[in-house]
Design a protein around this ligand. Sequence first.
Ligand code: FES
Length: 56
Amino acid sequence: MYVCLCHGVTDKQIETAIDNGAETMKSLATELKVGTQCGKCCQCAKRVLNNKLMQI
Ligand code: FES
């Protein structure tokens, strides 16, 4: 599923970034540019981040 349409980032890409050490929205923004354009994906990206972090 696409989370960030502006940059074409999927939930799987976000999960992979988290597996590789990303733990904050800031690091996702740096790595994948999530939320750096219109910002509409921030809430959804945060949900993916929190869900994934809870599984670790
Ligand atoms: Fe992610 Fe616009 S959808 S910045």
